[in-house]
Write a protein that binds this ligand. Structure first.
Ligand code: NAD
Ligand code: UDP
Length: 345
C-alpha cells in the first residue's frame, strides 16, 4: 500500500482528493497549518470513507518541523496543495504570498531530495496562461501572469522544470486547474471560504442561502455569447480523480508532465446562475456591475492531453456541480462551523 503525503489536505480540493485516495486504498498523511481550513474537514473525510488519516498541524514553511513527517513516515509521493490562493489578496499582500507559496514548495522539493521521495503532484492553475490568444487553451500556450498569486504559480512551475531537467529520476506533474466548483455528493465536505467569497460559486450559494443580498455580475459586455465572462467549471470530485490518475502516471517514471484539468467546456456567469436557480428551485437576485479589473472574457481548457495520457475525462455536468454546491451549502449554512445539522449520507 503506497503512502501519499497531502499538503493542504484539509482545504477544499485537498479534502476531496483525500477521499479519492482513501477510496483507492492509499495511506494518507495530511500536513496543513489550517490557515484557511479546519480539522473538521478531515474528520468528515474519515466519515465518508470509513478510513483514517494521519494528520500533522505543521506550516510547510517551517522546514525543521516539516522534516519530522519525512523522518517518521516512508512517503511514496506528495500532492502539494498547500498555498495561499486569493488573487485580490495577493495584490494587497504580495510578500506574504511569495513567502508562503515559494518557501513551502522549496522546502518540499528539498526534503523530497533528501529523503528520496521521487514523485510530486503540484497544484498549478489556469492563471498561468494569462489572457490566452484563443480558446480552448492547450498546455503549450505561452505563459503570462498578471498578479502575485499567478506569479508564485509560474515561478514554481519554472523551479520544478529546472529541477526536473537535472534530476531525471524525479517525476513531477504540474496540474493546471481551471475553475473547481461543486462538493462531495454526501454534502459532508465542500468549499468553506473565510469572509466574503471572491469566487463566483460560493458567492451565488451564499446569496441563495440568504447571507448576501444579490450576486453582482462583473460585466455583461464581454465578447461572449451572452456578454458575461466564460470559464471552465470543473467538479471538485472530477479534479480529485485527476490527481489519482496523475499519481499513477508518475509511478510509471514519467519525468515531468503538465496537464490541464477542466471539462473542455465554457459556461458563462448567467449559465451558472441559471444552473443554481434550477438546483435550488427559486430565483436568485443579481445586478449587473462594472467589469472586475484584471478579468478576462473567456478561459476554457483543451483536456485532450489529460484524456490521452491519463484517461482523464470530467464526468460531472454543470447541473451536477450546481446540485452538489447547493447540497453542501444548504446542509452547512455556516460551513464547517455549522452546528446541529442533519447530515445526509
Ligand atoms: P484551500 O485554501 O481550501 O486549501 C489550501 C490549504 O493549504 C488550506 O487548508 C490551508 O490551510 C493550507 N496551507 C496554506 N499555506 C500553508 C502552509 N504554509 N503550510 C501548511 N498548510 C498551508 O485552497 P484550494 O482551493 O483547496 O486550493 C488548493 C491548491 O490549488 C492551492 O495551491 C491553490 O492555489 C490551487 N488552485 C486552486 C484553485 C481554486 O479555484 N480553488 C484553482 C487553481 C489552483
Ligand atoms: N464573477 C462575477 N461575480 C462574482 C464573482 C465572479 O460575476 O461575485 C465572474 C467573474 O467576473 C468571472 C467568473 O465569474 O467571469 C468566474 O470568477 P471567479 O472569481 O470564480 O474565477 P476566475 O475569475 O478566477 O476564473
Amino acid at each position: 500500500m503506497k503512502t501519499i503525503l497531502v499538503t493542504g489536505g484539509a482545504g477544499y480540493i485537498g479534502s476531496h482528493t483525500c477521499v479519492e485516495l482513501l477510496n483507492e486504498n492509499y495511506n494518507v498523511i495530511v500536513v496543513d497549518n489550517l490557515c484557511n481550513s479546519c480539522e473538521e474537514s478531515l474528520k468528515r473525510v474519515e466519515r465518508i470513507t470509513g478510513k483514517n488519516i494521519k494528520f500533522y498541524k505543521i506550516d510547510c514553511c517551517k522546514k525543521r518541523l516539516l522534516e519530522k513527517v519525512f523522518v517518521e513516515n516512508k512517503i511514496d509521493a506528495i500532492i502539494h496543495f498547500a498555498g495561499l490562493k486569493a488573487v485580490g489578496e495577493s495584490v494587497k499582500m504580495p510578500l506574504e504570498y511569495y513567502q508562503n507559496n515559494l518557501i513551502s514548495t522549496l522546502n518540499i522539493i528539498d526534503l523530497m531530495r533528501k529523503h528520496d521521495v521521487k514523485s510530486l503532484v503540484f497544484s498549478s492553475s489556469a492563471t498561468v496562461y494569462g489572457d490566452p490568444k484563443s480558446v480552448p487553451i492547450y498546455e503549450d500556450f505561452d505563459l503570462k501572469v498578471t498578479n502575485p498569486y499567478g506569479r508564485t504559480k509560474l515561478m514554481l512551475e519554472d523551479v520544478l522544470r529546472d529541477f526536473a531537467n537535472v534530476n531525471k529520476d524525479f517525476n513531477i506533474a504540474l496540474l493546471r486547474y481551471f475553475n473547481p466548483i461543486g462538493a462531495h455528493p454526501s454534502g459532508l465536505i465542500g468549499e468553506d471560504p473565510n469572509g466574503i467569497p471572491n469566487n463566483l460559486m460560493p458567492y451565488i450559494t451564499q446569496v441563495a442561502i440568504g447571507k448576501r443580498e444579490f450576486l453582482g455580475i462583473f460585466g455583461n459586455d464581454y465578447n461572449t455569447p451572452d456578454g458575461t465572462g466564460v470559464r471552465d467549471y470543473v467538479h471538485v470530485c472530477d479534479l480529485a480523480r485527476g490527481h489519482v490518475l496523475a499519481l499513477k502516471k508518475l509511478f510509471t517514471n514519467s519525468g515531468l508532465v503538465t496537464y490541464n484539468l477542466g471539462t473542455g467546456k465554457g459556461s458563462s456567469v448567467l449559465d451558472v446562475l441559471k444552473g443554481m436557480e434550477k438546483a435550488c428551485g427559486f430565483e436568485i437576485k443579481y445586478k449587473i456591475l462594472e467589469r472586475r479589473p484584471g478579468d478576462i472574457a473567456q478561459c476554457y481548457a483543451s483536456c485532450d492531453k489529460a484524456y490521452k495520457e491519463l484517461g482523464f475525462k470530467a464526468q460531472y455536468s454543470l447541473e451536477d456541480m450546481c446540485r452538489d454546491s447547493w447540497n453542501w451549502q444548504k446542509n452547512n449554512p455556516n460551513g464547517y462551523k455549522t452546528k446541529n445539522k442533519i447530515l445526509v449520507k
